[in-house]
Ligand binder design. Structure first.
Ligand code: NAP
Length: 307
């Protein structure tokens, strides 16, 4: 019987493990198929406090993991949760076919970037294609270059605005002729002289595979069907996220987009089940906010277990 099982190994999961282990709960952390989560797919992380020169995303996750293990976290590497049963206690978590019983659970399974699914997108990832302006926007390859942001929501507006700090100009490519973003964000974005909206346009291909880096995009007008090429050094795809919560559907309350619904801190609707990080946060989605949520979930779990 485990005191606490932590599902997921991003900043939320490892931070929860650090706090729970230091509270002597001897937590078990199940990493999932990609230990360290999305941050391991990025390069330098420049906005995590405490690293003035930035830190490699993978190195950061390895450091958090070592810190969690140092205080007694048990880790099941590369293990995937097949199913959960939160209908009665102890909770049952099936991991690679084996059933683990747990008094409490922290769900920190993260979210994945929604992808365009066009040629060149996958091939040029980290070579000019990125899903996070705050992570990658300041990289030298993007400085004083034209950049493309794809999407019409708050994320796309936020990313486009942020990128004006570095780019020569930012093309905001949206498949319709009006933004989905909140009015204030849309107004601010469209008033920015460095942001040039391209309406009714879909990215058909990211160009540059021959050069090994992004050189442009091929756009298709969604009204006329005409295509054209647009030169750029980077493509920032901001068309939403998909929380990795399909596994928990029917077990805990999720919102329409699949994010875990929290109440009173990190608590879900099932007593003893907590959630932290991007799977429960559609707004901030930063490594540091996920880590903070992981800390809160561990404290809430500890209090639950002691009560
Ligand atoms: P979102 O609101 O779902 O917007 C996604 C955008 O991407 C939409 O404009 C959508 O187009 C477009 N899109 C989706 N799939 C596409 C595809 N396959 N090809 C091309 N375009 C595609 O996602 P989000 O902007 O990430 O925001 C998610 C949530 O976080 C929202 O609730 C948002 O308010 C919140 N958020 C808040 C802030 C803030 O307040 N500072 C910042 C970021 C996010 P359509 O419009 O045509 O559907």
């Amino acid at each position: 019987m485990e005191n606490l099982v932590i599902i997921g190994s991003g900043p939320a999961g490892w931070t929860a493990a650090i706090y729970a282990a230091r509270a002597n709960l001897k937590p078990l952390l199940v990493t999932g198929q990609q230990p360290g989560g999305l941050l391991t797919t990025t390069t330098i992380v420049e906005n995590y406090p405490g690293f003035p020169q930035g830190i490699d995303g993978n190195d950061l996750m390895v450091a958090l993991q070592e810190q969690a293990k140092r205080f007694g976290t048990n880790v099941q590497y590369m293990s995937v949760v097949d199913s959960v049963d939160f209908s009665s206690r102890p909770f049952k978590i099936t991991v690679d076919g084996d059933v683990i019983e747990a008094k409490s659970v922290i769900i920190s399974v993260g979210a994945g970037h929604r992808h365009l699914g066009v040629p060149g997108e996958h091939e040029l990832e980290n070579k000019g294609v990125t899903y996070c302006a705050t992570c990658d926007g300041a990289l030298p390859i993007f400085r004083n270059k034209p950049l493309v942001v794809v999407g019409g929501g708050d994320s796309a507006c936020e990313e486009a605005t942020y990128l004006t700090n570095f780019a020569s100009e930012v093309y905001l490519v949206h498949r319709r002729d009006s933004l989905r973003a909140s009015q204030i964000m849309a107004d601010r974005t469209l008033a920015n002289p460095k942001i040039k909206p391209i309406w009714n346009a879909a990215v058909e291909e990211v160009l540059g595979q021959g050069e090994g880096k992004v050189t442009g995009v091929r756009l298709k007008d969604t009204v006329t069907g005409e295509t054209r090429n647009l030169d750029c050094a980077g493509v920032f795809i901001a068309i939403g996220h998909i929380p990795n919560t399909a596994l928990f559907k029917g077990q805990i309350d999720l919102d329409e987009a699949g994010y875990v619904q929290l109440k009173n801190g990190s608590r879900t609707n099932v007593e003893g089940v907590f959630a932290a990080g991007d799977c429960a946060d559609s707004v901030y989605r930063q490594a540091i906010t996920a880590a903070g949520m992981g800390c809160a979930a561990a404290i809430d779990a500890e209090r639950f277990l002691h009560s």
